[in-house]
Design a protein around this ligand. Structure first.
Ligand SMILES: O=C(O)c1ccccc1N[C@@H]1O[C@H](COP(=O)(O)O)[C@@H](O)[C@H]1O
Length: 204
């Protein structure tokens, strides 16, 4: 079970996530979030991240050139595109040397045509609620028509208490959390991070 802890802002919480065994640590560059961070700070925090842990930048409807400029400045391994980004944007990011994740709301993914689902099949997909980073879960019946065929992450309203049950029910390749490991909006809690990783890993 791949586990990503998102919205980190301090060296302490990055160390806690890594110590707990997270596969990826996430940093938010999308404007308007209480978790936004600078590229300079992420570059500094990234120096303590082992090479087998992804450093993921979260972007939303920002021009791909700007995404890549920030990703280079922050020395990210991975860009997570959370808006209306296209397959061409994903390819451009990979051509620039970054791994990619494409987030869809579960509702938007469910509404894709079979041809569009096929077109996105080789991408690493993240399924989330309509409002990302708000700690809100999506209606799991939206996946009655099928989850992505390739690698996909479940996100949206996960926390240490519900992650195991949802992971068993929906069988994603991994999970991603932000609000569910916070003591208040935007403030990460080390105990919750450890509990989340342990609960997610208890499913495999
Ligand atoms: O965290 C944010 O503020 C954010 C802002 C803009 C786009 C994505 C954002 N976060 C992503 O939201 C999901 C899950 O969030 P939550 O656990 O429900 O709070 C996750 O993929 C984050 O990367």
């Amino acid at each position: 079970m791949y586990v990503k802890i998102c919205g980190l802002q301090t060296a302490e919480t990055v160390a806690t996530a890594i110590g707990a065994g997270a596969n990826a640590v996430g940093f938010v560059f999308a404007p308007g979030s209480p978790r936004t961070i600078t590229a300079e700070l992420v570059r500094e925090l990234g120096q303590a991240v082992p090479t087998d842990v992804e450093t993921v930048g979260v972007f939303r409807n920002q021009p791909i050139e700007q995404v890549l400029e920030i990703a280079r400045a922050a020395a990210l391994t991975t860009v997570q595109l959370h808006g209306n980004e296209t397959l061409a944007d994903m390819e451009q990011a990979r051509d620039a040397g970054f791994r990619t994740l494409r987030a869809f709301s579960a509702a938007a993914y469910a509404a894709l045509s079979p041809a569009d689902k096929l077109a996105w099949e080789s991408e690493r997909i993240l399924l989330d609620a309509v409002e990302p980073g708000a700690g809100v879960a999506f209606d799991v019946s939206l996946l009655d028509g099928g989850a992505p065929a390739g690698f996909w992450l479940l996100a949206g309203g996960l926390n240490p208490s519900n992650v195991a049950e949802l992971a068993v029910a929906l069988r994603p390749d991994g999970v991603d959390v932000s609000s569910g490991v916070e003591s208040s909006r935007g403030v990460k809690d080390g105990g919750l991070i450890k509990a989340f990783v342990a609960a997610a890993r208890s499913t495999v």
